[in-house]
Design a protein around this ligand. Structure first.
Ligand code: SAM
Length: 282
């Protein structure tokens, strides 16, 4: 009965991520799916996978490569791919409380499934699902007073595990994925936002997260992707500085509007624009 319940839920929720992610592109997924389906792409690459909302919504059975520089995140994807049941069992032993949150936040596990369960539990119950570490690399996001439905989460994890079957998962800098990309492949790029929304340009204090130089490197990465004969889609902040960096190739530039939920506070929610750059014919 229990298994049937989980199976039913996983059918319904196929194509959705099991994580919350700052800058997640759930809202953009239908547009990106339409764009991707205008091509007969051979293989799929996503080097800034984050919460994976675009990858999961694509539901592709083609050979895929996903990566991210976040070690804990990549361990979680690998663990979910290989044995979601093990993680669910561990999650079911965790209480959903503030005390449990801070206990897990300060605890280090050695086993990869315990590590993944800790990561998922903190992701689901932290303030806004933000991932942030201190100078020592320790996760330091406060408790968010939010709980989760373990049945629903289990369905999402079983479904993710299925979708990750033919997928190579790597902890790496985006530049390292270039060697895998071949003619006819599709690459979706979603780097962290390093632009302020009040028109001040690139965020200077955020240098370590994704600097201006990283944006230039990413533009050079796109140059190589194009030379290989692969398709790319880049989403990025709607800002003249961003346009200056990426408007190099005479490709398509699309402006999209989204409702921002970054701060989580209703009064500071607003409409922001986002850029898409792509060499796919629109
Ligand atoms: C905006 S998020 C991606 C969100 C994702 N598209 C989603 O829908 O959930 C950007 C991701 O890039 C990763 N990242 C930051 N710098 C990176 C780098 N140099 N190479 C690879 N990944 C990086 C971050 O860890 C983060 O997960």
């Amino acid at each position: 009965m229990e298994l049937f319940k989980i199976f039913k839920k996983s059918v319904k929720i196929q194509g959705k991520s099991f994580l919350r992610w700052t800058g997640g592109k759930n809202w953009l997924a239908p547009t990106l799916n339409k764009l991707a389906n205008k091509t007969q792409f051979k293989r799929y690459h996503e080097p800034f996978i984050g919460g994976g909302s675009v990858f999961f919504s694509l539901k592709t059975s083609k050979t895929s490569f996903i990566s991210d520089s976040n070690k804990e995140l990549i361990n979680t994807y690998k663990a979910v791919k290989s044995n979601p049941k093990k993680i669910i069992n561990i999650l079911s032993s965790f209480e959903q409380s503030e005390e449990q949150y801070y206990f897990l936040r300060s605890k280090t596990f050695k086993n990869k499934f315990e590590k993944a369960a800790r990561f998922i539990h903190l992701n689901k119950t932290s303030f806004n699902g933000i991932y942030r570490v201190n100078v020592k690399g320790e996760y330091n996001v406060p408790y968010g007073k939010k709980g989760y439905d373990l049945d629903l989460l289990s369905g999402l994890m079983y479904s993710a595990s299925e979708q990750l079957k033919n997928v190579t998962i790597r902890e790496s800098d985006f530049k390292d994925s270039l060697s895998e990309i071949k003619d006819g492949d599709l690459v979706y790029l979603d780097p962290p936002y390093t632009i302020t929304h009040n028109n001040n340009g690139f965020i200077k204090y955020n240098e370590k997260l994704f600097s201006y130089e990283d944006q230039i490197d990413l533009c050079n990465f796109i140059r190589e992707v194009r030379l290989k004969g692969a398709y790319y889609i880049l989403s990025n902040a709607h800002h003249p500085e961003v346009e200056k960096v990426y408007n190099q190739f005479n490709d398509n530039i699309v402006s999209l509007t989204r409702a921002s939920t970054i701060s989580g506070l209703a009064k500071s929610r607003g409409k922001y624009k986002e850029y898409l750059f792509t060499n796919i014919e629109i």
